[in-house]
Design a protein. Sequence first.
Length: 457
Amino acid sequence: MKKTNITPTVFISYSWTSAKHEEWVINLAGRLRKDGVDAFIDKWRLKPGHDRFAFMEQMIGSNDIHKVLVVCDKGYKEKADQRIGGVGVETQVISKNIYTRVHQEKFIPVISERGENGEEFVPSFMASLIYIDLSNVNCYEAGYKQLLYAIFETAEHEEPELGNIPDYIINKKPGLKEDIHISEKNQGIQTGEYYEPIFISDDTSHKHSIKNVSLTAFLPNQYDLGSCLVSFVMKEISGCMFTLHGENLIHTFFYGLNTPARDCKRRFLVGFDEKINRYIVQFPHNRFYLNLDEVEELCNIVDELFPYYIKSMRKYRPAKSSNIANVKDLHDWVLGIQSFYNVHDTITLAVDVKNAYEALKLAIFRSKLSDDVFGYISMKLILKGLTKDNACLKISEHQNTLSKGFRHNGEVDMILRSLVVLLRDCRSLLSLDEIKEIIALLQIFEDTKDLFDFNEH
């Protein structure tokens, strides 16, 4: 039979788990073709010299592909959850469509095997989708019939059409007649398209949609730094699908964290076009315009991702601060953070800089300042009229100016340098509780350091 306009085209995604599994997939594809479905697998279309990953991404994202069957066995689930190899590439593309609810019905999980206890090997990103069960001979034929119904977008049992409300009901319910009239009058008026508000976060993934912006992230694990998919409801950019992974995710998203959109201190905000009153947004290989509401939504979603990203990262890179037991340990810990801020050229929220000063002030208050150490501190800090007697007072006065905005990291570097020298050269009477207080005040700096260091491992 030749291909016609009603012939559905189906790409079958699977893992090269074993020769036996590949044969199972080939037999399924062959049977579908006999039943009028233009089904194919990578081996039938890929030629020497082709980019395998680019081919898979094109097949999954192409509008010419009506359905994508995801054959789920143990091997596929493991590679998808860990985002390894070709299956990992497919996971990035498919999950964007599933999580943003765009053409969700295009992707059909097909169970080819089960575990010893009957559990399905469905990847985490597809766990909420209804699957087709072809895992054994007892359910294969019924499942295959369901699969054909799904591919041809029909059903064995059609839903009856919706009829009219009986007159005796309308007459008994005051106001119903007017509601029906208004409803009929409004038919044909197109309402705005918005994302449904969603917030779902667990140990492996993070999903957050507001009105115009949707973000789906796979959080860090023992295999990689995680990835993130961003989409927008605006029609002119809704087809813009981009993925941030590893270094791109960290440097693009978390630079200028929590700063107001109007300041354009985030790496993805490159300017403001006054002629059209729009912000210029730049992501890898994508540049477009967003209005203030859309930019603020994007910034809020990114800011709320950060603590979940850090929490997931900490499972594989525990905080060194958890092992600090004395002043020497505290010194070594602060020194490690300071070494990072010496070279990390970015900005820090004023409220966090205020906390760094608070940590320094506490250490000064509980230490005996020598002339050499005070001379070093007064040279490093940007405070005028500093003396041994008024150091804490002058720091407090400066702190009162740091409730809003952000500061360059050069100021953070100077504060941490002063704290390092103070802890190293002065007799400190800090108690364990005070040490813990300093750690809490500087925790964001350790998180930031470890985040960028984590990116390099």
